[in-house]
Design a protein around this ligand. Structure first.
Ligand SMILES: CCC[C@@H](/C=C/S(=O)(=O)c1ccccc1)NC(=O)[C@H](Cc1ccccc1)NC(=O)N1CCC(N2CCOCC2)CC1
Length: 221
């Protein structure tokens, strides 16, 4: 396993940073980000996928009022696929489902729930692609860059309230003590002006903000 690895360096695996707007659809962006990545690696073709299809058609979840990436994977399997962002564009509000299977760009065969061990997660990411996770977003609302490592009582690992996507990992130097710190690179769905061009770097190795507790991924045979 290399010290640093970032799927953004492999063209087609990570789409542009998106913005969920005033809709609690983070779970859908986490799911499409994972499927986009896994599919690009397996099929060598890249396509930006529809979060709106999940908001409208995933009856296991609550659209703009929240959901789980694993339920989204189940829905993509049950629907027989997912349309592209351009064919089923994002409106950021709950609408009537208008999924059209003939327009579906790709299907997934199953999904896996991943282990909580962060070294195992890094190995999985390196082999198979970006990982959907749940995280406590407390430290993300006041994040302006750098490696975030909030104290546990400020970021309760058991209050997971946001769905995001791990796209890479690395080791960086802290500003003050120049200590090396392992971090995850996380793709958020709050637009490219948030954080580090839409991304969040967070300490890797001690279950910060519960980021290791609900990791999952689609699987394409
Ligand atoms: C109101 C929903 C907000 C939304 C994200 C919104 S957000 O805008 O990104 C944001 C998050 C945090 C601070 C500020 C803004 N959060 C979710 O969808 C989070 C994302 C998440 C949590 C845990 C693990 C993985 C993913 N999920 C959730 O909010 N839910 C998970 C599913 C749950 N269902 C209840 C009925 O039975 C089935 C399950 C409903 C609540």
């Amino acid at each position: 396993l290399p010290k640093d690895f970032d799927w953004r360096n492999t063209s087609g695996v990570v789409s542009a940073v998106k913005n969920q707007g005033m809709c609690g659809s983070c779970w859908a962006f986490s799911a499409t980000g994972n499927v986009e990545g896994v599919a690009a690696i397996v099929t060598k073709k890249s396509v930006s996928l529809s979060e709106q299809e999940l908001v409208d058609c995933d009856k296991l979840d609550q659209g703009c009022n929240g959901g789980l990436p694993t339920n989204a994977f189940k829905t993509i399997i049950d629907l027989g696929g997912i349309e592209s962002e351009s064919d089923y564009p994002y409106d950021g509000r709950n609408e009537k489902c208008h999924y059209n299977r003939s327009l579906s760009k790709l299907a997934i065969d199953s999904y896996v729930v991943l282990p909580e061990d962060e070294t195992a997660l890094a190995q999985w990411l390196y082999k198979f692609g970006p990982i959907s996770i749940g995280i406590n977003a407390n430290a993300m609302q006041f994040y302006f860059g750098g490696i975030s490592h909030p104290m546990k009582w400020l970021c309760n690992p058991n209050n997971l309230d946001h769905g995001v996507l791990i796209v890479g990992f690395g080791v960086g130097k802290t500003k003050i003590l120049h200590k090396t710190q392992p971090f995850w690179i996380i793709k958020n769905s709050w637009g490219p002006s948030w954080g580090e061009k839409g991304y969040y770097r967070v300490y890797r190795g001690d279950g910060t903000c519960g980021l290791n507790l609900m990791a999952s991924s689609a699987w394409i045979d």
